[in-house]
Write a protein that binds this ligand. Structure first.
Ligand SMILES: [Zn+2]
Length: 417
């Protein structure tokens, strides 16, 4: 199987399924599908129906993760998954593409009559985006066996707790521990996902293999100067907090550009006081979001930034306080799985681009359970979290075919370290 005409047919099916799933929304005019909502229920039911049609046994756990089981029940499991929740006013491909690709791959495997000494479970997670509750990856965390019960008391914007939302969804919070896989029974977790960035398009390649899910640091930087009359204080006598902050933001850019690990850094929020057209800014608070595929380079960059910020503040007679409010470590993708995914892509006549993922994924949670591997699919203009998000049927067909090749070649559950 999986000749080029099969790829096209698989891609067309993927595109039709993504359209159908993308129509299940809180509002008709755009796609919004949050965790444990009626539209999540409808999406989960549709995914379950597709799984059954592909010949899978379907179950659903306490946090709403839909699971399609294939192959020998008592054998170790290869897990393939992604998420079916979305951000507000989302694109149709983020998450859903990976779930659809997994189902279509197993459908093709079933049609080809392939058997394996291991089982495969397709997982459709419900809480990757963290758009409803102030938590993220709670469904994959439950599957990986480290869901924190304290999260049950977190509340959404309407004051509904996660516990209450689960009960309304027909679930029992006491069943969460049963959602966890036994680590000894799991071989690996594989996720196909749209790239959500422009690299594959620029490289002219449909598929990429993820080397690591980038770690991230978020800082809040407060710069204090002295307010003054915009008309009377000479330039040489000013302590303008905004000019200091601007120079620090440029230092952030310089540090990220000098990094060899594809570091990206963003100053996305700036608050200026008093914020008046004729007053010299006295206080500025800005954020830094810094991500890298290497924790070492990320920490070095943070140290460099701290040094630079203090140097700039000293030269300008300003005060600066830096506080880190969020820190996530890099999750490397398993080398053996990267190689197997690259080989699967090479079998299809393409060169897989190896790249870090700057966005977070369920794989971060799943890495606490088992080795993970990720396949990226080119998306138009690198646009994501936006209704304009798009991956071509041809590229999605190749992604499904790559998963099929990966499974066809994956004879033994043993992975090389
Ligand atoms: Zn996603």
């Amino acid at each position: 199987m999986t000749t080029p005409s099969d790829f096209a047919a698989l891609g067309a099916r993927a595109a039709a399924m993504i359209e159908e799933l993308g129509a299940l929304s809180q509002t008709p005019e755009h796609l919004t599908r949050f965790f444990l909502t009626p539209e999540h229920r409808r999406a989960a039911d549709l995914v379950a129906r597709w799984m059954r049609e592909a010949g899978l046994e379907v179950s659903e756990d306490a946090l709403g993760t839909v699971r399609g089981h294939w192959g020998p029940v008592d054998a170790p499991r290869l897990l393939i998954g992604s998420h079916i929740d979305t951000v507000a006013n989302a694109g149709k491909y983020d998450g859903c593409m990976g779930v659809v690709a997994g189902i279509l791959a197993l459908d093709a495997i079933n049609r080809a009559g392939l058997t394996r000494p291991y089982g495969i479970d397709i997982l459709a997670f419900g809480d990757e985006e963290g758009t409803r509750f102030p938590t993220t990856l709670s469904s994959s965390a439950a599957v990986a066996g480290y869901f924190s019960p304290a999260n049950l008391e977190l509340r959404d914007a309407d004051g509904i707790s996660l516990r209450e939302a689960m009960v309304a969804y027909g679930k029992n919070p006491d069943d969460i521990p049963a959602a966890a896989y036994d680590p000894n029974r799991v071989i690996a977790y594989i996720e196909a996902h749209i790239e959500q960035g422009p690299v594959l398009e620029a490289e002219g390649e449909p598929l990429g293999v993820v080397s690591a899910i980038a770690g991230a640091s978020r800082l809040s930087v407060t710069v204090t100067g002295e307010a003054g009359h915009a008309g009377t204080v000479p330039m040489r006598m000013r302590h303008d907090a905004l000019l200091g902050a601007a120079e620090m933001a440029l230092a952030v850019e310089r540090i990220a550009k000098a990094d060899a690990h594809g570091m990206v850094a963003t100053v996305g929020r700036v608050h200026v006081e008093p914020g008046s057209i004729n007053v010299i800014p006295s206080r500025v608070v800005f954020t830094v979001d810094l991500r890298s595929g290497s924790d070492i380079s990320r920490r070095e960059a943070l140290t460099r930034f701290e040094r630079e910020a203090h140097r700039i503040a000293d030269l300008r007679g300003l005060g600066v306080v830096i506080s880190a409010f969020h820190e996530v470590a890099t999750v490397p993708c398993y080398r053996d799985l990267q190689l197997r995914l690259r080989n699967a892509v090479a079998d299809l006549g393409h060169r897989a681009v190896t790249m870090p993922s700057g966005a977070g994924h369920d794989g971060q949670a799943m890495s606490r359970l088992c080795p993970i591997g990720m396949l990226f699919v080119r998306c138009k203009g690198g646009i994501s979290h936006n209704p304009a998000e798009y991956a071509s049927p041809e590229d999605m067909g190749l992604a499904v075919a790559a998963l099929v090749r990966f499974i066809e070649r994956f004879q033994l559950p043993q992975l090389a370290a």
